[in-house]
Design a protein around this ligand. Structure first.
Ligand code: 3HC
Length: 328
């Protein structure tokens, strides 16, 4: 969508040597909180980091439609069904804004989608877990969208203009998603013993994977230092994880649920909820493609892409017809 307007994002430009003093001027603009725009000069590594991060984010939104989409036909009421359809549709929209933001950096959406379908691109680990009961839809909204908001609100202040602007609308919609999830959990938690048990079970299965969404610990994070220096990220992975735990634990207690962490305790001295060790072996395993649903998600995504081929062909044919008419 934006690519045709770009002047400097071609491969050749990326390979070109840095103009003298450009790096220092670039960092000074970042330090002064100026936004970097698509046609501005930027270091190749900054461009590369943004393409990596924005495309992984876009893929996460698109793959994230699958676990929840499974429950649209089984939502327990018309109201829940309407809200879930709207939410899943929002996630698709987020993916599209984000692919458009990535395109401003000189990469095409087709190229990025191809990488996802070929299994070469990452998407969030969280979407490789199954949605076994209706309570999982509540837990995803409350915890997964809650974690996403915690991570994404600071991205509204990202130094790259198109990403920062896309995040403003995305965060507003994620906030609705989080609330609808919490409301499902509240209804279940105040329901029958069986419903409360479903909510408890969902919390137990989604809690640790939600903490993993923030990425490896700061000591293990390869990209954080550069991203913080460039103000792409505003907080480290561990800082955001702690903020999420601090915000979410009181909500879980309000629901009357128990977190699956015997080490979870409030530390009055620091004002934080301290939590137990994350199973990083599980995280690495999911990233390596061996989570409970990695293969299923990619197969479903590939099938959806193939099923949509006629829509893309029709849209292109229509655009061509309009172009030919305008030229005639
Ligand atoms: N799942 C999959 N991969 C992950 C991951 C996760 N939860 N956390 C980290 N990784 C990957 C990184 O992408 C990186 O891989 P790469 O070098 O092959 O690209 C590697 O692990 C090392 O991690 P780093 O901490 O060095 O990487 P980052 O500095 O990029 O930090 C991040 C990771 C915090 C996820 C950051 O990229 C980020 O904030 N991204 C934007 C937000 C995003 O993509 N969120 C995904 C969820 S979106 C969502 O949940 C949809 C909503 O509708 C619910």
């Amino acid at each position: 969508m934006y690519t045709q307007g770009l002047l400097h994002a071609k491969e050749d430009d990326r390979a070109a040597p840095e103009p003298a003093g450009a790096l220092a001027r670039f960092q000074a603009r970042i330090d002064a909180e100026e936004k970097i725009e698509p046609n501005d000069w930027m270091p190749a590594a900054y461009r590369h980091t943004l393409i990596r991060m924005i495309s992984q984010h876009a893929h996460s939104e698109i793959v994230g439609m699958l676990p929840e989409g499974n429950w649209i036909t089984r939502a327990p009421s018309l109201r829940r069904k309407a809200a879930l359809i709207a939410k899943v549709q929002d996630e698709g929209g987020h993916g599209l804004y984000l692919y458009a933001a990535a395109e401003t950096l000189g990469v095409s959406r087709e190229e990025l989608v191809e990488q996802l379908l070929a299994g070469k691109a990452k998407y969030s680990s969280i979407f490789n877990y199954p949605t076994l009961t209706w309570a999982d839809i509540g837990a995803i909204g409350w915890l997964v969208d809650g974690a996403a908001i915690m991570n994404q609100i600071p991205l509204c202040r990202c130094s790259y203009g198109p990403y920062a602007r896309a995040m403003i609308r995305i965060c507003k919609e994620e906030s609705f998603h989080q609330r609808q999830g919490f409301e499902i959990m509240l209804t279940l938690a105040r329901g029958t013993d069986e419903q409360k048990a479903m909510a408890q079970d969902a919390l137990e299965r989604w809690w640790w994977p939600s903490l993993m969404m923030f990425g490896p610990s700061d000591a293990q994070s390869q990209h954080s230092d550069a991203s913080l220096r460039w103000k792409i990220k505003r907080f480290s992975n561990d800082e955001l994880r702690q903020k999420f735990v601090d915000a979410t634990v009181p909500q879980g207690h309000f629901l009357g649920l128990t977190f699956p962490d015997p080490d979870l305790r409030y530390d009055a001295a620091s004002g934080h909820w301290l939590f137990g060790a994350i199973d990083w072996a599980e995280f690495r395993n999911v990233l390596a493609g061996n989570g409970p649903c990695n293969r299923q998600r990619l197969e479903q995504r590939r099938k959806a892409h193939e099923d949509g081929e006629w829509v893309r062909a029709a849209a292109l044919a229509y655009a061509e017809k309009r172009r030919a008419r305008a030229a005639a």
